[in-house]
Ligand binder design. Structure first.
Ligand SMILES: [Ca+2]
Ligand SMILES: [Ca+2]
Length: 526
C-alpha cells in the first residue's frame, strides 16, 4: 500500500510540476503585443488634408483627392484610378492597420474595388485596383465586381506576391488568394472597417460590416499563418472604377506598430546618431507644420473676421486673462475712480437742473400772481382785491405780461434810484455856494427829465389798467372773446409799448451817465 501511495504522490507531483512548468510557457505565448500608434503612417479627419490639399506623410496620385474628412481614391466616374501611399517605409516588423472606408454607388453592382497594400515600394498606377501588377508584398482586395460570374462578390481576399505573379482579374484571383471572405461592403449606412494585422508572420483580417457604429462588431474574415512580408514596406490604398463606378472613400487609415513583449520598439533603440537624426527631422517637421498651421490660421481669420472676433472674445475669457499686471490694475483703479467722479458730476448736474426748473416754476407762479394783483388793483380798486384771480385770455400772452411786469419793476427801481440821487444832489447843492451856478441848470434838466419819466409811467399805468379791464371783462363775461378789436385811438400795441419803454430806458441811461460824470466833477471840488 505504501509503495502504491508513494507512486501516486510521485505521479501527482510529476504531473503538477509539469503543469507548473508549462503555465509560464503558455502565458508567454499569449502575451499581448505592445501596440503603438504610428502617426506617420496614419491619416484621419478632421483636418485630414492641409489647405493646399496635401496629406501629411502621405502622397496621393491619379484620381485621388483629399479633403478635410477623407481621401476619395476614385469618384464614381468610369475608368478612374487613384492611390495614396506613405512617404516613408515602415520602421517596425509587425503592425495592425485599421481601415475605415466607404464604397458607395448608385447601381446594384459596382466596380472595380479597393485594395490595401503593404509592399516593398510605392507602386505606380496599374491594372490591379488602380495599382501596378507584379508587386512584392501584400495586397488585400475588396473586389466589388464579379468578373467570373460565380455570384461570389463583393469579396474580400488577401494575396501575397513576390513579384512573379500577375493578378487574374477574370477569375477574381480566386486561385491566387491566401484567404478571404464573402462580405458586402457597398452602400452601408456607416463606414465599413477592416483590421489587417500582421504579427509574428500571422496575417489576420477582421471585418466590420458598417451596419452599425458599434466598435464590437468586428468579425473574423480570414487568418493565415506563415506569411512572410517585406521587413520594411510602404502602406498604400488604391482603387479603380470600370464600366461601372463607385465612390471609393477612405476615412481613416490608422496604423499601430506591434512589438513582441520584452523586445523594445525599434526607433528608440536605434543608435544615438540615428535617434538624434530622427529627433531633428521630427522637430523640423513639427516646426514646418506649425508655421503652416499659423499661416492657415491667419488666412482663415482674414477670410472670416467674425470667427476671429469670436475667438478673441473666447481668449479674453480664458483663465490667462484673469491675472493682470500691476500697471493694468492701477489703470483699472484710475478708470473706476474717474467713472465714479463722472457719475457724481452727472448727478449734481441733474439736481442743479431740477433746482433751476423748480425755481423758474416758482418765479413764474409768483409773477403771474403779482400780475393778477396789480391788474386787479389798477382796474377795480380795493373792492376787487379779494375776488378770484383773473383768467388771462388768449390775446395777451403770458410772456408778454411777464415782460411787462419786469419792465415795470425796472422802471420803479430806476425811479427810486433817481429819487435818491436827486436827494443826494440837493444836499450837495445846499453846502458849497461856489458851485451853485452850474448845478442850477442841471437841476432844471433833472426836473424836466423827472416829469418826463413820470408822464411816461402814467401813460404806462393807464395802458396797463386798460389791459386789466379788458382782461376782467373777458373773464367776467364767461363768453370767450378771443379776438379783441383794438379801438382806433387808445389801444396799446406791444410794439408801441416797446418803443415807449426803450425811449424811457435811454433817457434813464442818459441821465445816469450824465450823473456819473457830474459825480466825478463834484469829486474834484472836495
Ligand atoms: Ca472582380
Ligand atoms: Ca467572383
Amino acid at each position: 500500500m505504501i509503495t502504491h501511495s508513494r507512486l501516486f504522490v510521485t505521479l501527482f507531483l510529476t504531473i503538477y510540476c509539469g503543469c507548473l512548468g508549462q503555465v509560464p510557457a503558455s502565458n508567454q505565448q499569449f502575451d499581448p503585443p505592445h501596440r503603438r500608434f504610428e502617426y506617420k503612417y496614419s491619416f484621419k479627419g478632421p483636418y485630414l488634408a492641409q489647405k493646399d490639399g496635401t496629406v501629411p506623410f502621405w502622397i496621393y496620385e491619379g484620381s485621388a483627392m483629399a479633403s478635410e474628412e477623407m481621401v476619395r481614391i476614385t469618384p464614381s466616374l468610369r475608368s478612374k484610378k487613384g492611390s495614396i501611399w506613405t512617404k516613408t517605409a515602415t520602421i517596425f516588423d509587425y503592425w495592425e492597420v485599421e481601415l475605415w472606408f466607404r464604397v458607395n454607388g448608385r447601381g446594384r453592382l459596382g466596380a472595380d474595388g479597393l485594395a490595401f497594400w503593404y509592399t516593398d515600394m510605392k507602386y505606380p498606377e496599374g491594372p490591379v485596383y488602380g495599382s501596378a501588377d507584379n508587386w512584392r508584398g501584400l495586397g488585400v482586395f475588396f473586389d466589388s465586381f464579379d468578373n467570373d460570374g460565380k455570384g461570389n462578390n463583393p469579396y474580400i481576399m488577401a494575396m501575397v506576391n513576390d513579384g512573379s505573379k500577375s493578378y487574374d482579374h477574370q477569375s477574381d484571383g480566386f486561385n491566387q488568394q491566401m484567404g478571404g471572405c464573402l462580405r458586402d461592403f457597398r452602400n452601408k449606412p456607416f463606414p465599413v472597417r477592416a483590421k489587417i494585422e500582421y504579427y509574428k508572420n500571422v496575417l489576420t483580417i477582421l471585418f466590420h460590416s458598417g451596419n452599425s457604429n458599434n466598435e464590437d462588431e468586428y468579425e473574423l474574415c480570414t487568418r493565415v499563418e506563415n506569411v512572410f512580408l517585406p521587413q520594411r514596406g510602404y502602406f498604400g490604398v488604391s482603387a479603380a472604377t470600370g464600366g461601372l463606378a463607385d465612390d471609393h472613400d477612405v476615412l481613416k487609415f490608422l496604423t499601430y506598430s506591434m512589438h513582441v513583449p520584452g523586445s523594445q520598439p525599434a526607433i528608440p533603440q536605434a543608435t544615438g546618431a540615428l535617434a538624434d537624426q530622427e529627433k531633428e527631422k521630427v522637430s523640423k517637421e513639427y516646426e514646418h507644420y506649425k508655421e503652416k498651421l499659423e499661416k492657415q490660421k491667419e488666412d482663415y481669420f482674414r477670410q472670416h473676421p467674425d470667427e476671429a472676433k469670436k475667438l478673441r472674445e473666447q481668449e479674453d475669457m480664458s483663465p490667462d486673462h484673469e491675472y493682470e499686471s500691476l500697471g493694468e490694475k492701477e489703470l483699472q483703479q484710475i478708470f473706476t475712480g474717474q467713472s465714479q467722479i463722472f457719475d457724481v458730476l452727472k448727478n449734481l448736474n441733474r439736481k442743479l437742473d431740477e433746482i433751476i426748473g423748480r425755481q423758474e416754476r416758482t418765479l413764474s407762479l409768483v409773477g403771474s400772481f403779482q400780475g393778477a394783483i396789480q391788474t386787479g388793483g389798477a382796474s377795480g380798486g380795493p373792492g376787487h382785491q379779494g375776488g378770484p384771480p383773473p383768467i388771462l385770455p388768449a390775446p395777451i400772452q403770458r410772456h408778454e405780461v411777464e415782460s411787462l411786469l419786469s419792465l415795470q419793476q425796472e422802471l420803479v427801481r430806476n425811479s427810486r434810484d433817481m429819487k435818491s440821487s436827486l436827494l443826494a444832489q440837493a444836499n450837495a447843492q445846499a453846502q458849497p455856494a461856489s458851485a451853485q451856478a452850474a448845478p442850477h441848470s442841471v437841476q432844471s434838466i433833472n426836473q424836466q427829465m423827472l416829469t418826463d419819466v413820470r408822464d411816461s409811467i402814467n401813460v404806462l399805468r393807464k395802458d396797463l389798467s386798460q389791459i386789466g379791464t379788458r382782461v376782467m371783462a373777458a373773464g367776467g363775461n364767461g363768453n370767450p372773446q378771443p379776438i379783441v378789436s383794438c379801438p382806433t385811438n387808445n389801444c396799446l400795441t406791444f410794439t408801441y409799448f416797446l418803443v415807449v419803454t426803450s425811449v424811457q430806458l435811454s433817457i434813464v441811461l442818459g441821465y445816469l451817465i450824465y450823473r456819473s460824470s457830474k459825480d466825478s466833477q463834484s469829486k474834484k471840488f472836495y
